[in-house]
Design a binder for this molecule. Structure first.
Ligand code: BEZ
Length: 158
């Protein structure tokens, strides 16, 4: 069962790329006292995520932040090196590329999925959420396609 609107983001330590290597980051520091848009993709550099999902948020980042959003997080079950390289490749400077390398975020949100058919093991479902001070206020999960979790749909909900 996945998290629902009104649930809290679980307390976890994940990674982002720092100036000299991967750095630990807690969900408390990412979400505490902030309004955050977080979206998740099944895999960095995969076609749908690279051609549509992340680029949409890059294009809409300023408009999303202008609606009172403090930060935009892109997360995937990938390591911090891959997430940083993907962010550079996509010019995603305004987006926090959050590495859920062990899949703990996806699993504890109840939003992991079996991608072994693609030789990708256990990954994250594609979703977008709006989180206010650690509490999920909107959650859209795409079981197929990239409609409910797109940047445009998220922007229209803010
Ligand atoms: C994609 O294009 O986003 C994708 C492809 C294969 C597996 C997962 C995602």
């Amino acid at each position: 069962m996945s998290v629902q609107v009104g649930d809290r983001i679980p307390s976890l330590t994940l990674q982002v790329m720092g100036v000299s290597g991967p750095e630990a980051v807690t969900t408390e520091s990412l979400f505490g006292g902030k309004r955050v848009v977080m979206f998740a993709v099944p895999g960095a550099f995969t076609p749908g995520c690279s051609k549509t999902h992340l680029p949409g948020f890059v294009v809409q980042a300023d408009a999303i932040k202008a609606k009172g959003v403090d930060s935009i997080i892109c997360t995937s079950v990938n390591d911090a090196f891959v997430m940083a390289a993907w962010g550079r490749d996509q010019n995603a400077q305004g987006i926090i590329m959050l590495a859920d390398g062990n899949g703990e975020l996806a699993t504890s949100l109840g939003l992991s999925k079996d991608a072994s058919a693609f030789f990708m093991g256990t990954r994250s479902k594609r979703y977008a959420m709006i989180v206010n001070d650690g509490v999920i206020e909107r959650l859209n999960v795409d079981e197929k396609g990239i409609d409910l979790s797109s940047a445009e749909t998220t922007l229209s909900a803010l």
